[in-house]
Design a binder for this molecule. Structure first.
Ligand SMILES: [Fe+2]
Ligand SMILES: [Fe+2]
Length: 594
């Protein structure tokens, strides 16, 4: 049953109710897929034990949902308007075991046609629709990532088809042809085989993350560290100047509605207070901690080069154990920082991070070059990340960049974004706090979200580099321009040419899960000294998994395996770079003098 038919039925069914002023009508209105699934999850938590949640099947869900809910799930997942009668072709991955419940019921017929891309085979189902609204249903209750996609054509070849009011609106319409991609989060995966009958039709692109919109079968997760009324996951970042600001973030359970920090400068008698903003973060399928409150207090007008003590207010009015941090000195002093390659919420990394802070207690801050977790919208992984690193970031700020794993199947990195309070000074027309710049003393740090458009960020990088008089220039982003797995031509052309032009000292990356330090590179060629070129590094905070180990001519030092971390110390005109293993053995070392 589709929107047109259903609207008719609702109108007839509610005709009496509407005119008798019955409230039932508003309750009966079709909702959204999200609202239906949100509510279903709430009801499932009330009805089933944790063990039973793991056993629910498609059949169970279908008898659990109301007829209205099922109608929403059958018609509201993908909607649009066609100005003429159309045939909708639905490409369903043959590897999906359960056909979405609404497909056959609604009148779609399986054809003998097959569509293929480089990885998957799709069977083609078709249905004719009159002109007007078309509504299609969910991809299923499993999380089958090879989600269906559709193409649309006018039934009468002479008709000029116009498609409007597409929801969700963010995924572009394209033309179905060999070479077209269907998933924005995997745009390298293109159609390789297509029946002539479908060629040239209007292609509705999508993202694999849509598989999660009604995910209920084998869906429920647990966190090892559910939130409570006492704050935890206390972490520092900077969204403003490291000399005069510090942001403090923490987590509680949702019953704690407000938060506050008290803080005082070392040796000072004044106690200052800062109210925190709060964000209620939901992970619907996290059965033992669906909602948490995340707090951010932004401390401003701090004195440079000063140690501050701080404590958080607890729900009972008491204060947490005080911790301390130090603002950046304003004179161009010496400093050091530590950065990690991919951490993937690993305990191995957490243990190494704790050891690194013990070994280098003077470190000014930490960075992570992306892939902090493996599934960016699973909050249990973030909980592990913070649990394993314990209080490392309670006294030292963490300034990360996101990796491909911190977003999820085309759904973005909103959990990462909400997790960190970072500078909002990145490239225009891009999501804020994802790419950003900060200065620490005489060093400039450009922190890039390389999962966003590379060309759209080039002008901003150039402006930052051109206008900086910092002695040291660092750029961090997840995808490494130099590696043996994958060429990053666009990054090379757009960004590395600027690193040459404005002499960036070092680029820090991750992603390939091995360690690399290149020779100084200029114009994609090795040069004699770091004064003439940029050094590209890539690291890893977990064990590696390289099966191939081909030669890399630009490489100076490589390791197949982690975990490793990098400590960079700056003293006036000299920089010392050291890569350590967790036990403090030096694995790589480099000195640069200016
Ligand atoms: Fe990655
Ligand atoms: Fe990774």
């Amino acid at each position: 049953m589709f929107i047109n038919d259903f609207t008719k039925i609702v109108c007839i069914a509610c005709f009496t109710a509407i005119f008798s002023g019955c409230k039932k009508d508003s309750q009966n209105k079709l909702g959204t897929v999200k609202a239906v699934v949100d509510e279903a999850v709430t009801k499932l938590y009330k009805t089933l034990t944790p063990a039973q949640l793991d056993t629910i099947s498609d059949q169970y869900i279908l008898q659990f949902l109301s007829e209205n809910d099922k109608e929403v799930l059958a018609t509201k997942f993908w909607t649009f308007r066609a100005n003429v009668p159309v045939t909708v072709s639905l490409m369903r991955h043959t590897g999906q075991k359960v056909i979405p419940f609404w497909v056959e019921n609604s009148g779609f017929k399986k054809t003998s046609m097959i569509v293929r891309n480089e990885e998957y085979e799709y069977e083609v189902w078709q249905k004719d629709f009159p002109k007007g609204n078309v509504g299609l249903g969910i991809n299923g209750f499993d999380k089958h990532r090879e989600v269906y996609f559709i193409s649309v054509a006018p039934q009468n070849k002479e008709d000029q088809l116009q498609i409007t009011d597409v929801t969700p609106a963010q995924y572009a319409l394209d033309t179905l042809n060999i070479g077209a991609f269907t998933y924005h989060d995997w745009d390298g995966l293109v159609i390789t085989e297509l029946p002539a009958a479908l060629k040239g039709q209007v292609l509705f692109t999508t993202v694999r993350g849509r598989a999660r919109e009604a995910h209920l079968v084998n869906a429920f997760r647990k966190t090892d560290t559910p939130s409570g009324t006492n704050p935890d996951q206390v972490m520092l970042t900077w969204s403003g100047s490291p000399e005069t600001t510090t942001d403090i973030q923490w987590r509680t359970s949702p019953e704690v509605k407000s938060g506050k920090v008290k803080y005082w400068g070392e040796g000072k008698t004044d106690t200052l207070f800062s109210d925190a903003s709060v964000f209620k973060m939901e992970d619907r399928l996290l059965q033992n901690d669906r909602f948490v409150n995340r707090f951010t207090a932004k401390l401003t007008n701090l004195s440079p080069g000063t140690t501050y003590h701080y404590a958080l207010i607890l729900d009972n009015g008491n204060w947490s154990q005080p911790a301390e941090f130090k603002t950046a000195p304003s004179k161009k002093d010496d400093f050091s920082f530590i950065w990690f390659g991919d951490t993937h919420y690993s305990k191995i990394w957490g243990d190494m991070a704790k050891k690194s802070l013990k070994r280098h207690p003077e470190t000014a801050f930490f960075s992570i070059a992306g892939d902090l977790v493996s599934t960016g919208l699973h909050r249990d992984e973030w909980d592990n990340l913070w649990d394993y690193s314990d209080s490392v970031f309670t006294t030292k700020p963490l300034m990360p960049v996101p990796g491909n794993h911190d977003s999820q199947d085309g759904l973005g990195a909103w959990m990462y974004k909400e997790m960190f309070s970072l500078p909002e000074n990145g490239p225009g027309r891009q999501p804020t706090e994802m790419s950003y710049a900060f200065n620490y003393q005489n060093a400039l740090f450009l922190m890039m979200d390389v999962t966003l458009s590379v060309p759209a960020q080039t002008a901003w990088i150039e402006e930052k580099l051109k206008n900086s008089n910092a002695k040291w220039k660092f750029v961090m982003f997840h995808f490494p321009p130099y590696n043996f797995e994958e060429p990053y031509d666009e990054i090379m052309k757009e960004w590395c040419s600027l690193f040459d032009k404005y002499h960036v000292d070092m680029v820090m990356s991750g992603h390939m899960h091995y360690y690399l330090r290149t020779k100084p590179m200029f114009n994609n060629k090795p040069v004699a000294s770091p004064a003439k070129g940029t050094i590209y590094t890539m690291s890893i905070s977990i064990p590696g998994k390289q099966e191939r180990w081909p030669k890399e001519d630009y490489a100076l030092v490589r390791y197949k395996d982690g975990p490793l971390y990098q400590h960079i110390a700056i003293k006036g005109n000299s920089l010392s770079y050291t890569c350590y293993d967790p036990d403090g053995h030096v694995k790589d070392q480099l000195f640069i003098n200016k």
